[in-house]
Design a protein around this ligand. Structure first.
Ligand SMILES: Cc1ncc(COP(=O)(O)O)c(C=O)c1O
Length: 388
């Protein structure tokens, strides 16, 4: 049997990883500025994380959500403390898409409405409602296309108000920072306007923090830079450092009903043990402050590189158009395609980076990145852009 061929693959086979380093099957060491797509929050193979996972696996790995699971209760308490959302409730699932699916479902249950407002360049996952709220028709099948979704421009509060004024919108869903769309940061004023509009029209504000959350931007959630408190916050990726896990934080005004939401695997013992270890490591090692400091350092270095003269060969050496980001969620937009540059970074400098579209290099490294790692990347990028 062959694998169903849905991914563009780099010919690299990682076999071992530690901190911000990955080794392939030939022993080559790579610097990981991609974090397996923002998933590795506290670093690969952190000893405290491995200990928590193996000790839990030796006790009990799985039962079901029909019995009490004190690890879930402990995790809810800890996420509440670390995020400042102690009065919210937690529902655990297995992925970011599932978190958004449940967020939209809960908003619809609570309001009795079925329409959703999402934004241009959004990405919310690949399950039915999440993909329908994603602004990419190429990944929305006819089966997914029956949801009632309207897309507004990010930043267009008046457009959102027009959509909400009919009183039939269950949820507005917005990313803390758009990741796949190219590192687009909604302004604090815009997020505050969304929060106010949702309150006025009885609509639930869903903050998708799957990629931008968990300390990546220098706050626990990116929307906390705007000082708002959404109705539902979705989480995934870094929550368990690679063990499949996702979740939603639900504001106190939502009334649960038995059977309203449910999952087989969500909140299992191993996921909870990993997620608890992640929060401990984030706190003990000051990783949120590190994400902010390293992010500022990288952006500063990138601006200096961007300030240099336009390159002679725009395909091999596209010049930097704009550097955007917060903490360790950074987009470097170029004036031309970055595919070749990204391959050179990987195969000549042994640095993993991410991408958004064709012209944006996306950095989503583990939050334990060091200044030395930043310097290595800046100097590799600089020489790669200068080289013949
Ligand atoms: C903002 C955002 N939401 C949701 C998802 C979907 O998460 P998952 O792939 O875990 O379903 C992603 C994944 O990239 C994401 O970036």
């Amino acid at each position: 049997m062959n694998l169903f061929d849905v991914y563009n693959l780099f010919d690299v086979v990682p076999v071992r990883a530690e901190g911000c380093k990955v080794w392939d099957d030939k022993g080559v060491e790579y610097l990981d500025l991609y974090g397996g797509h923002a998933v590795i929050s506290v670093g690969h193979s952190h000893p405290a994380y491995l200990r928590a996972l193996s000790e839990q696996a030796a006790k009990i790995g799985f039962y079901s959500n029909s019995v009490r699971n004190p690890l879930q209760e402990q995790l809810a308490r800890r996420i509440g403390e670390v995020s400042g959302y102690e009065d919210y409730s937690l529902f655990l699932v297995n992925s970011g898409a599932e978190a958004n699916e449940n967020a939209l479902k809960l908003a619809s249950f609570a309001t009795g409405r079925d329409r959703v407002v999402a934004f241009r360049k959004s990405f919310h996952g690949r399950t039915s409602g999440a993909v329908a709220a994603t602004d990419n028709p190429a990944i929305v099948s006819p089966f997914n296309s029956h949801h009632r979704i309207s897309f507004c421009e990010l930043g267009d509060a008046e457009g959102v108000e027009r959509e909400l004024s009919g009183g039939d919108v269950a949820a507005v869903i917005v990313e803390g920072i758009q990741g796949c769309g190219g590192i687009n940061i909604p302004s604090a004023a815009f997020l505050q306007a969304l929060s106010e509009l949702c309150r006025k029209h009885g609509t639930v504000l869903v903050l998708d923090e799957v990629q931008s959350g968990y300390g990546r931007t220098g706050r626990f959630f990116a929307h906390q830079w705007a000082g708002i408190r959404p109705g539902i916050i979705s989480m995934g990726k870094g929550i368990a450092n690679g063990f499949p896990c996702g979740g939603i934080l639900i504001a106190p005004e939502f009334q649960p009903r038995k059977g309203m939401l449910g999952t087989t695997f969500g909140g299992n013992y191993l996921a909870c043990a990993c997620a608890l270890a992640v929060l401990d490591i984030i706190e003990n090692e000051g990783l949120i402050a590190n994400a902010l400091a390293c992010g500022d350092y990288l952006v500063d270095g990138l601006q200096k590189i961007a300030g240099r003269a336009v390159m002679p060969d725009p395909i091999r050496h596209p010049s930097i158009k704009q550097v955007r980001g917060r903490g360790l969620m950074i987009g470097i937009e170029f004036n031309g395609p970055v595919e070749d540059l990204r391959r050179r970074l990987l195969f000549e400098d042994y640095i993993f980076t991410g991408v958004s579209g064709k012209t944006i290099i996306r950095l989503l490294p583990p939050l334990c990145l060091s200044r030395k790692d930043c310097d290595r990347f800046l100097s590799s990028l600089d020489s790669s852009l200068r080289s013949e």
